[in-house]
Design a protein around this ligand. Structure first.
Ligand code: FEO
Length: 446
């Protein structure tokens, strides 16, 4: 395993996880990386580690730069297990009592996670790590992504180590932004932001403001996150993307998502999709039979409206819809128009419960839920068309722009399952996009 030189004094020594698909409930169809960095100065500093199980990969890369026992200290920018799981093993390899610098919350979190280990954890506010000719500055970045999170900055190099911030999940041999198609990077970054950072947009907005007002932004030449590519060609691009994403501003887009028992709710979803599309709204159709909850979250992030359909089963909404609502609720998405619909046999609670959940989430609900008993007949479509009209009218009032073309490259396809229409590689990409194919409607089964 070879290290990658980032710039003078800094090496990437992390690990590539090509196989991970479930990242604590979030789909990572392109795998991920756990980035760790070695800063080589008079002292040698390891910045973050990797997930448990990747210790050998990390040590192998470190050992191509320096004997691991010569590492003097570790900076833990973020305590979550994907960056600290290997810490106990790495400390045993480099010297168990060497200092591990982190935030005050990092001390607590790492103690909580590794209480059986005798780690020498030091709060950077109480004791500052030295390096030699280089120096470290720390910025409290609470809730990007956990309360312990902090950025480390080496001013002499202009290198920012941003842990989860500015990351994306992408397993590849490419380490730098200039090696990957920018549209794909943007798509992966939005996917990451929507599923990891949405609940914290207010805090992230304030941190970005601090980064700008303190003058730090002007000094950054390279951003080294703990996942995905190092931003060396255009670090400003990911910062400006974040500045836009924290606003949770919608575009002229709707998501129609649902589950179905015997295709009736599916039929309703298709009617709604057609009606919204006919109004010039980019409408994404996502059946929960083949779409992961995190895919729905990503598509919903920049959508103005999210319409959710559920049949009724045993007086409840469908379990997959409940799963989706629980997930969306936890993300605390703002600025959404919601709508609920569904088919039922006799009691019909499903769509009502969805309506109640979306209302409780604070989404704007311009219409009551639309329910159809049994299989939809032609006349049952009128309330659905009215629902689509109402939602479209609400979207029109917002005078939103359409999602730009690059937003339509979706990160969900797996190379083994689909032929990507747009190359991952920069700059030889053909123009095109991937569009989920809606399942065929089977009228005979309604
Ligand atoms: Fe990549 Fe919050 O851990």
């Amino acid at each position: 395993m070879e290290p990658i030189k980032i710039c003078d004094n800094v090496f990437w020594v992390g690990a590539v996880d090509y196989d991970i698909r479930d990242f604590h409930g979030y789909l990572t169809p392109r795998g991920s990386t756990y980035n760790a960095y070695l800063v080589v100065d008079e002292k040698i500093t390891l910045i973050d580690t990797v997930r448990h199980g990747f210790e050998d990969e990390l040590l192998s890369r470190i050992s191509k730069v320096v004997d691991p026992q010569k590492v003097d200290q570790v900076i833990s920018n973020h305590a979550e297990m994907d960056h600290s799981g290997a810490l106990p093993g790495i400390m045993r390899a480099i010297g168990a009592q060497k200092p591990v610098y982190c935030s005050a919350m990092g001390v607590k979190n790492l103690h909580g996670q590794f209480h059986g280990e005798n780690l020498n954890l030091i709060d950077v506010a109480k004791e500052h790590p030295s390096s030699g000719k280089l120096s470290f500055q720390f910025l409290d970045t609470k809730m990007i992504h956990w309360p312990d999170s902090m950025f480390s900055f080496v001013p002499e190099l202009g290198v920012l180590f941003s842990q989860d911030g500015f990351g994306l999940h992408y397993a590849s041999t490419d380490r730098f932004d200039d090696q990957v198609n920018p549209a794909l990077l943007r798509s992966l970054a939005v996917n990451y932001f929507a599923n990891i950072l949405t609940p914290y947009t207010a805090q992230i907005g304030k941190i970005l403001e601090t980064v700008k007002s303190s003058g730090l932004l002007d000094k950054i030449k390279i951003i080294c996150p703990d996942h995905g590519v190092v931003w060396r060609k255009d670090p400003a691009s990911i910062v400006s993307l974040y500045a836009r994403l924290v606003g949770q501003k919608p575009s002229r887009k709707a998501v129609v998502t649902f589950d179905t028992m015997w295709h009736s709710t599916e039929y309703m979803a298709r009617e709604l999709t057609d009606a919204l599309g006919a109004r010039g709204i980019e409408t994404v159709y996502l059946s929960l039979k083949n779409s992961h909850r995190s895919q729905v979250a990503t598509e919903s992030y920049e959508a103005a409206a999210v319409l959710i359909g559920s049949p009724t089963i045993n007086n409840q909404m469908f379990p997959s819809v409940a799963d989706l609502l629980c997930y969306l609720k936890s993300l605390k998405m703002k600025n959404k128009i919601g709508a609920a619909f569904g088919s039922h046999g006799w009691s019909g609670e499903g769509a009502k419960l969805v309506q109640a959940e979306l209302t409780a989430m604070g989404w704007k609900m311009p219409s009551s839920e639309v329910r159809v008993q049994w299989v939809p007949k032609e006349k049952d479509l009128d309330p659905l068309k009215e629902l689509a009209r109402t939602v479209a009218d609400e979207i029109d009032k917002l005078e939103l722009s359409k999602p730009d073309w690059s937003r339509r490259l979706r990160p969900y396809f797996l190379a083994s399952e689909h032929q990507p229409l747009l190359s991952d590689r920069h700059p030889t990409a053909r123009q095109g996009g991937f569009f989920p194919v809606a399942p065929r409607c089977r009228p005979s089964e309604h």
